[in-house]
Design a protein around this ligand. Structure first.
Ligand code: CO
Length: 292
């Protein structure tokens, strides 16, 4: 795979296969296109959040066509049943190819470079080999990707902590979690945050740090009140059920059971302006990297 990236870079550049001795007329036309890719969301709130970031992107790049590619098969099926746009990532990219796009920027809304992002990379890389395909494809990275990205994401998280939180109250950011090695970004982020404020914690709903791990830290920290903030792109089922649901196994129930007062803030990161700005900056860098 030919891709160039360094620690500070938020994009990966894929040069595409070009036949050098073309007998047909050389294509001198160039056109940029954008594909936004995300898992998808089955909740109203999640879809509304996607529509909002779409509007921001359209406003910033009014002349560039934008398509969405959803990676979850289940969510695409649900969208299809509702008659909504339900393109897979490869379909979204193909559609832009059919609209004569030559230079493609792919912007994922992922947080860590886990399995979902690897699939995005593989899909983008596969399009390098399509005959008469794109001239260039640039792929942005997830928010957490390099050492320096920890600072960027960490600072962005500090900004979304409610202003009325007093400094003896804990804040628990809850991400998805995975058995992919990239799960280690969560404890790395926790370490970064705790250097700034020892009452900031990071847990995951499906992997580690898990409830038992976080509960033992919370018991020691002396806080009575805990803000629960999803470290998730959208506040969907995981936020409403696993973080703040009434089920006895939810984070809120487990913490309340231990005597903590919980304040869940059920917004996805895409609903905060400063996170939307981060994604827009990444997309801007990806578009700048396109050599049109
Ligand atoms: Co999940």
């Amino acid at each position: 795979m030919h891709c160039s990236e360094n620690d500070g870079s938020s994009v990966q550049v894929f040069s595409c296969f070009q036949r050098s001795s073309m007998s047909y007329k050389k294509n001198i036309h160039t056109k940029k296109g954008i594909v936004i890719t995300a898992f998808g969301s089955s909740t109203e709130q999640g879809q509304k959040a996607f529509e909002n970031i779409h509007a921001r992107i359209e406003e910033k790049f009014p002349d560039i066509p934008i398509r969405w590619g959803y990676t979850s098969i289940t969510i695409r099926r649900k969208y299809r049943e509702k008659g909504k746009d339900s393109n897979s990532l490869s379909t979204a990219i193909s559609k832009l190819l059919d609209e004569d796009v030559t230079h493609l920027a792919v912007q994922p809304l992922h947080i860590i470079p886990g399995y979902e992002f690897e699939d995005v990379q593989r899909t983008a890389a596969a399009f390098r080999h399509i005959p008469k395909g794109f001239t260039q494809i640039v792929l942005s990275t997830p928010l957490l990707y390099s050492q320096s990205s920890l600072h960027v994401l960490g600072n962005a998280l500090l900004q979304i902590i409610p202003e009325n939180r007093s400094n003896d109250e804990a804040v628990l950011f809850l991400g998805h979690g995975t058995n992919h090695p990239a799960n280690s970004f969560y404890p790395a982020l926790a370490y970064w945050l705790q250097q700034r404020d020892p009452l900031l914690f990071v847990g995951t709903v499906e992997h580690w740090p898990d409830q038992d791990t976080i509960l033992s830290q919370l018991r020691k920290c002396g806080a009575k009140r805990v803000y629960l903030i999803p470290l998730l792109t959208v506040a969907g089922i995981h936020a409403h059920r696993d973080i703040a649901g009434e089920d006895p196994e939810s984070w809120k129930s487990r913490l309340e059971n231990e005597g903590f007062e919980c304040v869940p803030l059920l917004k996805g990161l895409v609903e905060y302006d400063n996170f939307t700005d981060l994604w827009l900056d990444q997309l801007n860098s990806a578009l700048q990297a396109l050599q049109t």
